[in-house]
Every structure is written in structure tokens, then in C-alpha cells.
Design a protein around this ligand. Structure first.
Ligand SMILES: Nc1ncnc2c1ncn2[C@@H]1O[C@H](COP(=O)(O)OP(=O)(O)OP(=O)(O)O)[C@@H](O)[C@H]1O
Ligand SMILES: [Mg+2]
Length: 278
């Protein structure tokens, strides 16, 4: 559904994306993880036609993002981190504007708005100005707005940043529901447990290069099964082991205090992106 081949982006002297190649399957929930400045937003901007690529190719549902921009744009909806709603306008008006941009006829537009607000529990807020909504409701509105024209692919750039734990879980449930309806989801996040919980596959990107693509479980297993965190003076050093026994043996020889746990996706991320605390 998303095909990226040897994608490069250069801004002046900085080479921001370096030969990025990725294939996202139809109906998949795919997470794109990387440290600040790794190139995640740039990738989404290129795929959604907001920034031009420097070299390489990318297709959305078979449409080339540069050669068939309009058709490619129609395949996707996008939610950016910054909430870019018109806060003086109502929920209904914000959704209407998006429908108009995609030339949706009046009847279809109204029907889709009703369906979507119902889908996320915003029906009673249709005529409320966006400025009066909570952060969680605004986020839900940005997501359904991206779904107005029934895209096959939904791009979400840090969809839950700044939301509290319970609202984040509601957004997760919404994302699963959208995926269940057949939409392919491509998301970036700094909450690694979010990717571990939601995504079927994860790509790690570091300084513009894809360093690993696999299922969360496979990425975790590459690292090991068990971890020992040693509490050093001013940091924590983690060691990874295949078996509980090996971990215990190692721990018994240590003088520093330590804790024992399962390896998680964050361990894999830190070690593959070289951002390990040393
Ligand atoms: N318009 C631009 N002109 C020049 N450099 C840019 C531009 N946009 C992004 N960059 C640079 O490209 C690099 C990648 O930025 P990008 O926003 O894609 O990172 P990111 O992975 O989304 O980071 P974050 O996790 O902080 O959102 C950064 O070094 C950034 O400074
Ligand atoms: Mg970003």
C-alpha cells in the first residue's frame, strides 16, 4: 500500500533522508520510530505531497507521489502533531471545509460527518467551537477530519503527544478501530510502548537511515529476553541475556544495585539507534 524506494532528501547541505526503502502492506499498522531529527516528519511530508523528494520513488496505493500527486494525495489522510484546526469554527465547519477541499458533494459530506462524529463520540459537539474542546477531543477531531474523504492510508505524526494516559488509550482504541475497517496506518511516535502495543511492524530510523524493520517481538528478541539494569553512580547500564539463568548468574557477580526485567522495544530502539546511555 505504501512503497518507498531509495528515497533521499537533501536540504542545502544536510542530507536528511538517505536511501530510505520501506514497504507497508495493505491494512497494516506500521510504526516509524527514531530520535528527534531522524527524518520521520520529512518522510511523511514527502509521502503526503507537502515536500518534494530529492531522489528515489514513493507510491501510495500504486500512485507515484510526484508524478501522480493528486491521485496519491487522495489515497491518504494525514494528522500532524500540531493541532491545525480552525479554533473559531465549529466541529461541523472544520469537517465541512475538509470535505469541500476534496470536492465531496453536499449529501455525501453531511452523511460522512455524521458517521465520523458518531464513530468517536463527538455527535453532541457538532455545533461547538473547536476552541471549547479539550485536547483529547481536538485530537479525535483531527483524526476524523483526516478520514473525511475515506482514504486508504492514514498518516499519524505523533498522534498522542501531550495527552494523558487514559486519553492516549482511547486514541489507541480508535486507531485499532480504523485499522479494523481496512485502513492502512503509518504512525510515528516517541512513546515506544505505543508502537509495541499497536504496530504489527516497526521501522527504526536514525540520522535519515532505516536501521531495522521487523515486528516488535522480533526486534526485542534480537536484543535478548531478559535485562539487568545496573544502577551506576549517575546512570543506568543495561545488560541483555537469552535466559533468566544467565541473567541471574551475571547479577550475582555485581556489586552495584540492580533490577531484573524482560527486554522491551525500548532496549532494541536504544541499542539500534546508538542512543544508549553510556
Ligand atoms: N525545511 C527544512 N529545511 C532545512 N532542514 C530541515 C527542514 N525540515 C526539516 N529539516 C531537518 O531535517 C532533519 C529531520 O527533521 P524531521 O522533522 O523529519 O525529524 P523527525 O524525525 O520528525 O524529528 P522529531 O522526532 O523531532 O519530530 C532535521 O535535522 C531538521 O532540522
Ligand atoms: Mg517529527
Amino acid at each position: 500500500m505504501i512503497r518507498i524506494e531509495k528515497l533521499n532528501k537533501v536540504y542545502g547541505h544536510s542530507h536528511v533522508l538517505k536511501d530510505v526503502s520501506l514497504h507497508v502492506r495493505e491494512g497494516e499498522m506500521f510504526a516509524y520510530l527514531g530520535p528527534n531529527g531522524a527524518g520521520k516528519t520529512t518522510t511523511i511530508r514527502i509521502l503526503t505531497g507537502l515536500t518534494r523528494l530529492s531522489s528515489g520513488d514513493a507510491w501510495l496505493n500504486g500512485f507515484h507521489v510526484e508524478r501522480e500527486t493528486l491521485a496519491a494525495k487522495r489515497q491518504c489522510g494525514v494528522v500532524f502533531q500540531a493541532i491545525n484546526l480552525d479554533s473559531e469554527l465549529t466541529v461541523f465547519e472544520n469537517l465541512t471545509i475538509h470535505g469541500l477541499l476534496f470536492h465531496m458533494p453536499l449529501k455525501e459530506r453531511k452523511q460522512r460527518i455524521n458517521e465520523l462524529v458518531d464513530y468517536v463520540g463527538l455527535s453532541d459537539k457538532l455545533n461547538v467551537a473547536v476552541s471549547r474542546l479539550s485536547g483529547g477531543l481536538k485530537r479525535r477531531l483531527t483524526i476524523i477530519r483526516a478520514l473525511m474523504h475515506s482514504p486508504r492510508i492514514l498518516f499519524l505524526d505523533e498522534p498522542t503527544v501531550g495527552l494523558d494516559a487514559s486519553i492516549r488509550r482511547r486514541i489507541w482504541a480508535l486507531m485499532k478501530k480504523i485499522q479494523k475497517n481496512g485502513t492502512t496506518i503509518f504512525l510515528t511516535t516517541h512513546y515506544i510502548e505505543e508502537a509495541e502495543f499497536l504496530a504489527e511492524r516497526v521501522a527504526f530510523i536514525d540520522e535519515g537511515r532505516v536501521v531495522a524493520v521487523d515486528s516488535p517481538q522480533a526486534l526485542i528478541s534480537r536484543q535478548g529476553e531478559w535485562a539487568i539494569d545496573l544502577m551506576m553512580n549517575d546512570n543506568i547500564r543495561s545488560r541483555y541475556f537469552r535466559t533468566k539463568e544467565e541473567a541471574k548468574q551475571y547479577a550475582e557477580q555485581q556489586e552495584d544495585s540492580f533490577s531484573f526485567r524482560r527486554v522491551n522495544l525500548e532496549d532494541a530502539f536504544l541499542s539500534l539507534t546508538g542512543k544508549k546511555v553510556k
